[in-house]
Write a protein that binds this ligand. Structure first.
Ligand code: IMP
Length: 184
């Protein structure tokens, strides 16, 4: 059966096998850099879940996972970086090696808020691993981004965890939404 959501996709930007291949490459780099450090992968609900789970499955080193949930104030077009914490981590991260796993960094304001929040807890180290990076849109500077899956142009993308009005997260690829759907 054809997924009805596929009709809303104008273009596939990153195919499923390329995503999985790149996740494997990131996992190998993290294996190397964090061997024996038992890092905590911190995912931000809900977008990063798909990426984080695939990354975790491909890691060979001992590691933990934990989640935070946030709600951004304002709309996508007027991001202020003001964020409300809806769910905190289950475990303490003081003296732990924390890897913040993001689906996408756009302006970077959300990540900047999360970095401030996590740094206040005095982790042994804090770095960011983001699947997608819309670098041309960056406002926040000095983010500790250590791993980037793909740099992408300034287009609104969905799939592999990324949503538009809570749909399309389950698509196995990253794609661009048709204009008509986006402007509806
Ligand atoms: P930032 O604070 O501007 O870096 O963006 C944070 C959030 O905006 C991301 O975590 C996503 O939830 C959302 N976002 C930004 N660009 C896109 C996109 O192209 N597709 C879907 N969500 C996006």
């Amino acid at each position: 059966m054809t997924d009805p959501l596929l009709f809303d996709i104008a273009e596939v930007l990153i195919a499923s096998d390329r995503l999985q291949e790149r996740v494997g490459e990131l996992a190998r780099a993290i294996d190397r850099d964090y061997a024996a450090l038992r890092p905590v992968l911190v995912g931000v609900l809900r977008g990063s879940v798909y990426f984080l789970v695939d990354l975790s499955r491909q890691l060979r080193i001992p590691h933990e996972i934990d989640f935070m949930a946030i709600a951004a104030y304002g709309t996508r077009h007027a991001t202020t970086g003001a964020v409300r914490l809806l769910k905190d981590l289950e475990d303490e991260v003081t003296d732990r090696h924390v890897l913040l796993v993001e689906d996408i960094i756009d302006t970077g304001l959300t990540a900047s808020y999360l970095v401030r929040l996590l740094r206040a807890r005095r982790p042994a180290s804090l770095a960011i691993c983001t699947l997608l990076d819309k670098r041309t849109r960056r406002i926040a500077e000095d983010l500790p981004i250590r791993y980037v899956g793909f740099e992408i142009p300034d287009r609104f993308v969905v799939g592999y965890g990324l949503d538009f009005r809570q749909l399309y997260r389950n698509l196995p690829f990253v794609g661009v939404l048709r204009e008509e759907v986006f402007n509806d």
